[in-house]
Design a protein around this ligand. Structure first.
Ligand code: SF4
Length: 372
């Protein structure tokens, strides 16, 4: 991939207008190009049949439609979850996951034909690696490399939108979660430009309420989101309800301790009247005791929220193991008894390394093995 080319997915409408009008083209070409990029999901300039040949040739010579190349893919046994490792123009890699949820219980054969898929959610990454460094997370331990451009975030969605359209012609993506590799609020403006591309009717046109952004607790980012008056859903990776433990599990807590984080969450609910989701990954003998559950209930009491309990995706990182089923159920029971809305996350593709960063780590390990 020629890195000097302009990535069209990394241009907002204003920037694309500047480019196209700067070439002496009429402004209506912008709408036509965006229609091909985001509605027809074209991957090739030759498909853009209502553009003059000269304009298509210029686009082909100087621009690209995204910069991602799929390098590895895994599919869950039931066929509902797919994870793709993308390589970008500079050779760095990120993961993206497509999760399909059945409308009614169906067999894997049903899933393959997809007659009863209720939701199609894409989970996108925002950074190569992650500077937050959570010790139980493959991405956090692999080290931070760089932020993605907003075009690289948008391209992850476009890839799966195209794949779903090709497989089942009337099957649009229904949800986007910004919850993959990286901390999306570390570069708020980049994440916000991606959200604009997702929601802008001239581009992907998805309702803001169908988009969720998940933070490890970047209070500045929560406040910047609030300032946008957006209807985007907010999720916070909590994982501990006291500062001493959270300092270890989610090191950004040392910068934004729980008192500040919870204050920002209360402001969010007060201003938006929207419910916050707290993600809580249950780790054996680390944060899964009845006392931990009671501390969580105490922390969020009175807040419009929902707790999403996640059995940890096992990695090679001792001592962070998945909690035994009995302790998971006990934890859930304590929260429910305290009237805290709680769900246990449906496991999507544990057998395909659906934990953040695990496919990337596996591919890197294979590469290292093959050159040693
Ligand atoms: S869990 Fe999320 S915030 Fe923590 S290191 Fe992994 S990607 Fe970063």
């Amino acid at each position: 991939m020629d890195t000097k080319r302009i990535d069209l997915l990394n241009l907002d409408t204003h920037e694309l207008t500047g480019l196209v009008v700067g070439w002496g083209e009429p402004v209506y070409r912008v709408k036509q190009i965006q229609h091909w990029l985001y509605h027809e999901l074209a991957s090739d300039f030759d498909a853009m049949s209502n553009l003059p040949h000269a304009l298509r040739a210029r686009l082909r010579q100087t621009t690209s439609i995204g910069t991602l190349t799929p390098r590895a893919e895994q599919q869950s046994v039931d066929g509902l979850t797919r994870k793709t490792l993308f390589q970008m123009a500079d050779g760095q890699t990120v993961e993206t996951v497509l999760m399909r949820y059945l409308d009614a219980p169906g067999s894997p054969e049903d899933a393959a034909d997809a007659p009863n898929i209720a939701r199609r959610t894409v989970c996108v990454s925002t950074q190569v690696g992650c500077p937050v460094g959570c010790p139980f997370c493959e991405t956090g331990q692999a080290g931070y490399v760089r932020n993605l451009t907003f075009g690289e975030i948008v391209a992850q969605v476009i890839h799966f939108a195209r794949a779903e359209k090709a497989a089942h012609s009337d099957s649009a993506l229904t949800n986007i979660v910004i919850m993959g590799m990286g901390e999306p609020f570390m570069k708020f403006n980049v994440t916000w430009r991606a959200i604009e591309a997702f929601t802008d009717s001239a581009r992907l046109g998805m309702g803001a309420r169908r988009i969720t952004v998940s933070t490890s607790g970047y209070v500045d980012g929560i406040q910047q989101l609030l300032a946008k008056n957006s209807q985007v859903n907010l999720a916070v990776s909590l994982h501990a309800a006291d500062d001493a433990l959270r300092d270890q599990l989610v090191p950004v807590n040392r910068k934004y301790p729980l008192r500040e984080l919870m204050q920002a969450c209360r402001e969010y609910v007060h201003q938006t009247h929207r419910r916050i989701t707290f993600e809580y990954a249950l780790m054996d003998d680390i944060n899964d005791s009845p006392a931990h559950a009671q501390a969580v209930a105490q922390l969020v009491r009175g807040l419009l929220c929902h707790i999403n309990l996640i059995p940890l995706n096992p990695t090679s990182r001792a001592p962070y193991r998945r909690s035994p089923q009995a302790r998971v159920q006990q934890f859930e029971k304590i929260l429910r008894a305290a009237d805290i809305p709680t769900t246990l996350r449906v496991e999507k593709g544990i057998e395909i390394a659906a934990g953040c960063g695990q496919l990337r780590q596996q591919v890197d390990a294979r590469r290292a093995h093959s050159v040693s």
